[in-house]
Design a binder for this molecule. Structure first.
Ligand code: BGC
Length: 420
């Protein structure tokens, strides 16, 4: 028993939550990403074999990955219309917090023209969360934007930041009164890399020059948003959702492996967070990966266990990461995403259990961890992979009227949280 006479170390007011992103669940979005999906779905289905047949579960994945519909977000999981029901599920899972997005392309479908129905929708949405006693964590930007912003060059141009500022101002004006927690940007490192370096996501550029412009502009976008939001309501708690990996040396005694590990940690994990260290009230981060580096920044992970996406799984790797974050920043920490693609629900419970042990261990060493958001509440549209990867605590049957079914691992999680 600890000093609070509890059976565990999680603070009483700890946020147990789930996370979503507007484009991945809402349905009916028209933004730069949906346009790109429609233009490329056929090609992606034809390339599926080349891209994915190395997966050990390819036989199962194949029938979805080789169909063009897989690559279209379309009706999503109809969360836009079914949010009340989804919030009830959150309650049934004993969760008390929810991370969600407000879709820029709905609020400002044409430049400078605000859609009042969309604004009212999100007001009702936040009200409903409050009514159901779920703490809203609003995520302002999760990779999608209106097509007019894309046509102007998106985040590549510094002069475009004024449009993002205006969107943030609108959010402040319309929604902030009812909010305490705001996440400005989701994973700027992943977006800059996949859209501008690797060139896999819209606008499919592969240029280091563009990547660095975008990355720098996202630093600026965050800082400006922080200022705008704080001026509006100083008590807001603001951060980002950074993608941080537990990066380790493959051979801990090899100097080259150590150097490349340090470099990767700095470049991938810390660079952005250092830039905004005076403009964040908490550190928010998404954890999926433990990566081992060898030689000149070459990733070499163990072959098992892997998720449905072929990603190496080491859930307990969140512990060393939490320790590092804490000693670097000494600020409250929220795990804003964490989860696993697991259609058979064979790993999720193990993943959750290992993660809870790791979190508790970090808390026991003084880490100020205040919340955990599982990715994701619902099965959803997994960007370029489409619909087949299943991250939900709740399964959604898109062929059968979007029926929601709570997975066994989620039931276990709900019981576990209640016992705390
Ligand atoms: C993103 C989510 C995504 C998840 C699983 C995170 O990087 O923020 O949008 O679905 O990873 O790939």
């Amino acid at each position: 028993m600890n000093e609070n006479n509890q059976k565990n170390l999680f603070p009483k007011n700890f946020f147990w939550g789930a996370s979503t992103a507007s484009h991945q669940v809402e349905g009916g979005n028209v933004n730069q990403w949906s346009v790109w999906e429609l233009a490329n779905a056929k090609e992606f289905s034809q390339l599926a074999h080349t891209r994915l047949s190395w997966l050990s579960n390819w036989d199962e994945v194949k029938k979805y990955a080789e169909s063009p519909e897989n690559y279209i977000s379309g009706r999503g999981v109809d969360h836009f219309n079914r949010y009340e029901e989804d919030f009830e599920i959150i309650n049934n899972l004993n969760l008390n917090a929810f991370r969600f997005g407000i879709e820029w392309s709905r609020l400002e479908p044409r430049e400078g023209i605000w859609d009042t129905d969309a604004i009212n929708h999100y007001k009702k949405y936040i009200d409903e969360l409050r009514k159901q006693n779920i703490e809203p964590f609003l995520n302002i930007w999760h990779w999608t934007f209106p097509t007019w912003f894309a046509e102007k060059g998106g985040f590549k141009k510094r002069s475009n930041l004024k449009y993002f500022d205006r969107f943030v101002e609108k959010i402040a004006e319309e929604f902030c009164e009812d909010l305490t927690y705001i996440i400005t940007l989701n994973e700027p490192n992943v977006y800059a890399s996949f859209s501008y370096a690797v060139g896999e996501w819209p606008p499919e550029e592969s240029s280091w020059r563009s990547t660095s412009f975008v990355y720098l502009n996202l630093v600026r976008a965050h800082k400006r948003a922080f200022k705008i939001l704080k001026a509006y309501k100083p008590t807001l708690q603001i951060g980002v959702a950074a993608q941080l990996a537990n990066i380790q040396a493959k051979k801990p005694h090899s100097i080259i492996d150590e150097v490349s590990t340090k470099w990767m940690r700095y470049f991938w994990n810390w660079w952005f967070l250092y830039r905004i260290k005076n403009q964040q009230d908490f550190i928010g981060f998404n954890y999926y990966f433990t990566d081992y580096y060898t030689g000149f920044a070459k990733r070499q992970n163990p072959g098992v266990p892997v998720s449905d996406l072929g990603w190496y799984m080491e859930p307990e790797g969140i512990y060393p990461l939490l320790i590092r974050i804490w000693y670097k920043f000494k600020k409250p920490i929220y795990i804003t995403e964490n989860g696993v693609a697991d259609s058979q629900d064979q790993y999720r419970r193990w993943w959750l259990e290992e993660t809870m042990v790791a979190m508790e261990r970090a808390i026991s060493e003084g880490v100020d961890l205040r919340g955990y958001f599982h990715w994701s509440l619902l099965d959803n549209f997994e960007w370029k992979y489409g619909w087949w990867p299943k991250f939900g605590l709740v399964e959604v049957d898109r062929e059968n009227n979007m029926k929601r079914t709570i997975r066994p691992s989620a039931k276990w999680f709900a019981r576990k949280i209640k016992e705390l």
